[in-house]
Write a protein that binds this ligand. Structure first.
Ligand code: NAD
Length: 288
């Protein structure tokens, strides 16, 4: 069997064009241009690349982008002060503080400070708690991108066995909640670094989502024939290539459908950030 490829790049291109149309309509009808503020502390090259992508994507969708590049020596009070100013800034609808922050900074305190009405990265505990309660709220971008890819691939989730490898607050945990909510109705197992017999757990999955950050973690013998495999992982090989957590070539021989890396989940993460920012712009003005 050779798996169908779930093309995240193509879906992201389509969604971003739709978002750009909606942004243009919001401007024409209400004179509103959504604004996204990004905050980067220090000069980690990967983080700089991610923030740059978000900046370009928001401008391409017709939004305003406010980039705040702070030195690695920034103190916690200085960072909190910037978040306060962005919370109060009428032109800013969404705030994203790029992680990881330098070790001397407390990321959780910063996330708690972001106004939940502007929490487009969905990392404020109020936002996470609302998701856990099943209340409408911003959805964390990467898990929301995974759900969009599953919808695009017409995966029948109700009653299905989903195994998520990884329990982080950024990916695995919010995804497990999204997929068990009424309407999605999957039966979800969350595996992690302490899981006994990961291979056996993974083989149960109709849908296997891997978000561990371990190159080659999932091999063909761990995948049920015909399963849908979503690879969230991003790892750099010794020769500088970007690869996922799934041994792509061999798993594609067994799976029914699979996302590539790059070109799978990554483009959808940024797309969901734009969707959240547009949503925030509308919500703050009582327009949706
Ligand atoms: P994390 O380090 O916070 O969490 C990793 C999780 O994987 C942990 O819960 C850990 O228990 C589990 N894990 C680690 N090794 C394991 C093993 N051998 N067996 C089973 N479980 C194991 O990472 P994260 O922030 O959740 O990110 C996970 C991966 O997804 C990373 O590669 C990251 O770069 C990638 N990522 C990609 C995007 C994207 O847009 N494509 C977005 C976010 C994260």
């Amino acid at each position: 069997m050779t798996a169908r490829i779930i093309d995240g790049r193509a879906l992201a291109t389509r969604r971003r064009a739709e978002l750009a149309d909606e942004v243009a309509r919001l401007g024409a009808e209400h004179g509103v241009q959504p604004g996204l503020a990004t905050v980067l502390v220090g000069d980690d090259p990967a983080s700089r690349t991610y923030v740059g992508m978000k900046h370009r994507a928001s401008e391409a969708a017709g939004m305003r982008s406010f980039q705040h590049l702070l030195p690695a020596t920034t103190t916690q009070p200085e960072l909190l002060d910037l978040v306060d100013r962005l919370n109060a800034d009428e032109a800013v609808d969404g705030i994203l503080v790029q992680l990881p922050l330098p070790d001397h900074l407390d990321a959780r305190e910063v996330q708690r400070r972001v106004d939940p009405a502007k929490d487009v990265d969905a990392l404020n505990p109020v936002t996470a708690g609302m998701l856990a309660n099943g209340e409408p709220t911003f959805l964390a971008c990467t898990p929301a991108g995974v759900v969009a890819l599953l919808d695009e691939a017409d995966v029948a989730l109700p009653g299905s066995e989903v195994v998520i490898v990884g329990r982080s607050t950024l990916v695995g945990r919010p995804l497990s909640i999204m997929l068990t909510l009424p309407g999605r109705d999957a039966t979800v197992t969350v595996a992690h670094s302490r899981t006994r017999d990961l291979a056996a757990v993974c083989r149960r999955a109709d849908v296997l989502v891997v978000a561990a950050g371990r190159e080659g973690l999932v091999t063909a013998d761990m995948v049920r024939p015909g399963a849908v495999v979503i690879d969230v992982g991003t790892n750099r090989t010794a020769d500088g290539r970007l690869v996922g957590d799934v041994a792509y070539d061999e798993v594609a021989e067994v799976a029914g459908a699979i996302t590539p890396v790059p070109g799978g989940v990554g483009p959808m993460t940024v797309t969901m950030l734009l969707a959240n920012t547009l949503h925030a712009a509308r919500l703050r003005r009582g327009l949706s």
